[in-house]
Design a protein around this ligand. Structure first.
Ligand code: PNS
Length: 169
């Protein structure tokens, strides 16, 4: 049976940290659905379709064809667990950075487990070199004119720069 994993998030925008989780998740599931949330507790800079398009561009550039064929990028609204059920996901994958993420992530995983006890959340610890990367700070660095080239892809960097240049007008 095909084991489907769901990797949900706001992805505003996708970073090299997210990419690292996508690559590693592919070694534990047969198929991975990267699920871009409309209903998030954040106020995204990019629209949901733009966020999905940035992910699609990054995975196309970074993954070998055999892995790319096993990833789908989808958007969803409403409850994550409802979407996970509709996608027939066996597991939810979340990246975990140091201690800062722990409380929020465990709370979310426990609540999601209450909503559906058959879908487990698996945490993948962020790699050593991506521990400190967050979309929030990358947006701030970019907005203030800093170099974000080692945190996001060239394409995402270009889109962020474009957006902030427009804002400055
Ligand atoms: O990348 P993020 O912002 O940490 O991702 C959070 C996300 C999108 C996974 C979370 O906000 C979510 O699951 N949103 C969908 C609505 C939902 O199911 N909320 C209840 C969570 S217990």
């Amino acid at each position: 049976m095909t084991k489907i994993g769901l990797y949900p998030g706001t992805f505003d925008p996708i970073t090299v940290g997210h990419m690292d989780i996508i690559k590693r998740a592919l070694s534990i599931v047969d198929k991975l659905v990267v699920a871009v949330a409309l209903d998030t507790n954040k106020k995204p800079l990019f629209g949901i379709e733009e966020r999905a398009a940035l992910i699609k561009a990054d995975i196309k550039a970074a993954l070998p064809p055999s892995d790319l064929a096993r990833v789908e990028v989808k958007t969803f609204s409403g409850l994550l667990m409802k979407f996970a059920e509709s996608e027939k996901a066996a597991v939810i994958i979340r990246g975990l950075r140091a201690i800062s993420d722990f409380e929020y992530e465990v709370q979310m995983a426990c609540l999601n487990l209450k909503l559906n006890s058959e879908i487990q959340t698996i945490f993948l610890p962020a790699s050593e070199n991506t521990q400190f990367i967050s979309s929030r700070f990358i947006k701030e660095i970019s907005r203030l004119g800093g170099d974000i080239s080692c945190f996001v892809s060239k394409n995402t960097e270009k889109e962020l720069t474009k957006l902030f240049a427009k804002e400055a007008i």
